[in-house]
Design a protein around this ligand. Structure first.
Ligand code: ADE
Length: 237
């Protein structure tokens, strides 16, 4: 068995999948943290691996960037491969000066201008929610590792580069309460909801739209390891 976008056979993928956006980050996570891992997908370079973390079987697979890409891969994982939990791990741009580079944010909800839920299932509305149970598990994992995590509403955006005549980060913060921006959780949370599965989104602040700061490649590597450790710990709880 395989799908249009995934070479894996049924049984190749664990019940819980960590999903970074970047395929090379998925590879890095497998090589750094998993033992006895096997690559189950390379179609379109969207790498996926299953292995053991502290003796428990988990998978890691990239989502690519944006709602359509996350929409395809998460749908197939949930619907065709028996995946129960997806924890997105990604980067985000801060919308408030209260957030600093490398802070960890756990989405308690996401607001989006995306039409993904409307197009996919005729569902209107701009807000999607993660699994409360999965969020509780992630908070427990973070507390165990003594890594601070802020649980906040995020913006799940369809657009990275905006022209100047449209709402900007101040509007999304003031009008919708979004503290940072990423581009995938609205589609992920929607797919989980319609398929009766669990999803969560844990983010590291990599840049600030308020101060224009950006993490260097080296800094990203180190800071992302905290997020990965929290997600890995949550995945085996
Ligand atoms: N992910 C990380 N930084 C981002 C930004 N500024 N906009 C959208 N997604 C992001």
């Amino acid at each position: 068995m395989s799908t249009a976008h995934n070479n894996a056979n049924l049984g190749d993928i664990a019940k819980t999948v960590l999903m970074p956006g970047d395929p090379l980050r998925a590879k890095h996570i497998a090589e750094t943290y998993l033992t006895d891992f096997v690559q189950f997908n390379a179609v379109r370079g969207m790498y996926g691996y299953t292995g053991d973390y502290k003796g428990k079987r988990i998978s890691v697979m990239a989502s690519g960037m944006g709602m359509p890409s996350m929409g395809i891969y998460s749908y197939e994982l949930f619907k065709e491969y028996g995946v129960e939990n997806i924890i997105r791990i990604g980067s985000a741009g801060a919308y408030t000066k209260d957030l600093h580079l490398f802070d960890l944010v756990l989405a308690d909800s996401c607001w989006s201008e995306s039409t993904f839920a409307l197009a996919q299932a005729g569902i209107e509305g701009n807000i999607q929610y993660p699994s409360q149970d999965l969020n509780e598990t992630i908070k427990k994992a973070a507390a165990k590792l003594e890594i601070p995590v802020l649980e906040k509403r995020i913006h799940s955006s369809d657009v990275f580069y905006h022209e100047a005549n449209v709402p900007d980060h101040n509007d999304f913060y003031r009008e919708h309460g979004c503290v940072c921006v990423e581009m995938e959780s609205y589609a992920l949370f929607h797919n989980a909801k319609i398929l009766g599965k669990n999803a969560a989104c844990l983010l590291t602040i990599s840049d600030s739209l308020v101060t224009d700061e950006h993490a260097s490649a080296m800094e990203r590597q180190t800071s992302f390891s905290q997020m990965m450790e929290v997600a890995l710990e949550a995945a085996i709880m």
